[in-house]
Ligand binder design. Sequence first.
Ligand code: FE2
Ligand code: FE2
Length: 221
Amino acid sequence: MENSLNHNQIIEKINALLDRYHSDLSYCHGADHCRRVAKLAVKIGEREGADCQIIEVAALLHDIGVVPLAWGRHASGRDDNDFQEFLGLYALPSADHGEVGALIAERFLRQNGYPEGKIKQVTLIIKEHNTHNQTTLESRVVNDADKLEALGATWVARAFQRTNAFDRRISIESIPEKYLIGRKAFLENIHIEAVKEIAEQRYRFLESFIEQFQRELRLET
Ligand SMILES: [Fe+2]
Ligand SMILES: [Fe+2]
């Protein structure tokens, strides 16, 4: 095990990990998404008086569990297999990318000498981010930042990005049904009062975008 790193050093290591594994495996859950969530979460966390170092580490790593899934689809031509052992976890009926991500993050942080107590806090956040149950303030902050990313103009952009990753190529007409309608659940899974207001604005934008988009597709405008 390496000597304990300071916060900036661990962030540097995580960024290198994201660049290596997350950058071209987007699914709209790529390194860019993780970095946006981290910035947003730190901003929210500062206002809420939360531990922003824990938040930054957890937010950057929150979707690392997507990597083995993407790895399975895009493995050809890649010669390193750091994530191969985690692929098998997806065979478990209960496994999701939050749980798998927590295991990957735990191994990575321990290898880098991150303090055990903090590893527990970070992995809890990662595990909980894909559920409706957030048990700490820091977990609620990361969850809410991630859910904000699933609303508004950012989500519209990510939805179109997602079609290429998951569906290779689906028609533009099928995007509203598949990825834009039904986002209210994300709005309802926001816990922090100050974030709810922003989420509602983003949701209203999303609704008006869907309306306009469908009018255009029906040649009504
Ligand atoms: Fe996620
Ligand atoms: Fe995410």
